[in-house]
Design a protein around this ligand. Structure first.
Ligand SMILES: *Cc1c(COP(=O)(O)O)cnc(C)c1O
Length: 388
């Protein structure tokens, strides 16, 4: 049997992302494969139950799906978004959000972000509203949270549904409440690089049983059938189809990996928080760098970012690359991309600046102090050697 050559990854490269895959995940995957029911089944039901108790939130319903993108698409459909509608979101967002809006038949309307949180600027969002806007997507960025109390007020005041993209904030708390427990519709991603992974996976959290019923059908080609049979690893004998559907369900194998990850959430969360605090403590001293303005209390960080002067960013990234340290850019704003450059939009001054200043540094669960020190040392030397 051919083995993956571990050394094909250059030994001392520090990757940007490094999923925490241990014995637990391997055992869980083997168990799921040996179970023999490879599709959606009992392990998906368990994963949903665990997610629900993790999130809390009175009477909220949780459905697991294939990806975060699928969850966003279904969330927009639940929000009643369709052809001819518009959805307001920050231009500084993930490609999946813009594509989910297009998949729903709607058009994105791009607005600016807040300079401190890098999350949507609701004053700017207000300026781009139109009668066609049905919903707003708000996204918690990296290790920062939106002002969700204001988001809720904004939505009520303007009669909008909210899709809360919480792909980066799984396990974080806002004003003491776990993310997912309070928003209109909340969407998570468990893709390979996310805080916890199912290899690929997503989830949607909603308020009503009616919405849950629609998601159950939409994720399985529109087939309405009692979930009891599937959740017991067998097939329902009959089904009906009432509306459009997709192949967006989660498979047992992926749920098994997700369950193993959830079981070690505290370790994942605590170690990432510690790493981010360490970065802030050291990189915050460098005058050219703007670090995330948070103490990470109540935050489970997904990514760690810094903002550096635009004219130095690519040189710094190149220098780190030369020293075996991977970095990333999350993200290029949507209005810089061909499909979205002509979308209706408001003033994007902050987004344009942040798009040229932002970069992500390596962040892993259980990251060692030696690894963190290597990154910090190289960044520090870059700015010390340059005279600004
Ligand atoms: C990863 C991500 C998504 C998409 O999730 P997938 O599971 O990769 O489809 C959506 N929004 C944000 C903010 C993300 O980071």
């Amino acid at each position: 049997m051919q083995r993956l050559n571990q050394n094909s990854l250059q030994q001392d490269v520090i990757p940007l992302f490094k999923p925490l895959i241990e014995r637990d995940e391997l055992d869980a995957a083997r168990m799921a494969l040996e179970l023999g029911w490879l599709g959606m089944g009992s392990l998906v039901a368990s994963f949903e139950e665990q997610l629900k108790s993790f999130i809390g939130g009175d009477g909220r319903h949780v459905a697991a799906v294939s990806t975060g993108h699928a969850a966003l698409h279904l969330g927009l459909l639940l929000a009643g978004v369709g052809p001819g509608d518009e959805v307001v979101t920050a231009s500084f967002n993930n490609a999946a959000d813009f594509q989910a809006i297009l998949a729903a038949g709607a058009e994105p309307v791009l607005c600016d972000i807040d300079d401190r949180s890098l999350c949507i600027d609701l004053d700017q969002a207000e300026r781009v509203l139109s009668p066609r806007v049905k919903a707003i997507i708000v996204m918690d960025y990296d290790c920062m949270l939106c002002d969700h109390a204001r988001v809720a007020q904004f939505a009520t005041a303007h009669g909008l549904r909210v899709v809360h993209d919480a792909a980066h904030s799984f396990g974080s708390r806002y004003q003491g409440k776990t993310i997912g427990s309070f928003s209109d519709l909340t969407v998570f991603s468990f893709d390979p690089i996310k805080t916890i992974t199912c290899i690929d996976g997503g989830a949607i959290v909603m308020r009503s049983e009616e919405e849950l019923r629609r998601v159950h059908a939409m994720r399985l080609l529109g087939m309405t059938q009692p979930m009891e049979a599937l959740y017991a690893n067998s097939r329902a004998s009959t089904y009906d189809i009432e509306a459009i559907g997709f192949r967006y369900h989660m498979a047992n194998l992926h749920a098994a990996v997700g369950l193993a990850q959830l079981a070690k959430f505290d370790t994942i969360s605590e170690s990432r928080r510690r790493a981010c605090r360490y970065y802030n403590q050291h990189l915050g001293k460098i005058s050219e760098i703007r670090v995330p303005l948070t103490d990470f209390e109540d935050i489970t960080p997904f990514l760690y970012y810094i903002r550096v002067p635009s004219r130095r960013r690519d040189a710094l990234r190149g220098d780190l690359q030369d020293h075996g340290i991977e970095t990333g850019v999350h993200w290029q704003p949507a209005h810089w991309l061909t499909r979205f450059k002509n979308c209706r939009r408001g003033d994007l001054t902050t987004t344009d600046a942040v798009g040229t200043e932002i970069m992500s540094l390596p962040l892993h669960s259980n990251m060692s102090v030696e690894t963190l020190d290597r990154v910090i040392d190289k960044v520090t030397r870059f700015f010390a050697g340059s005279g600004g």
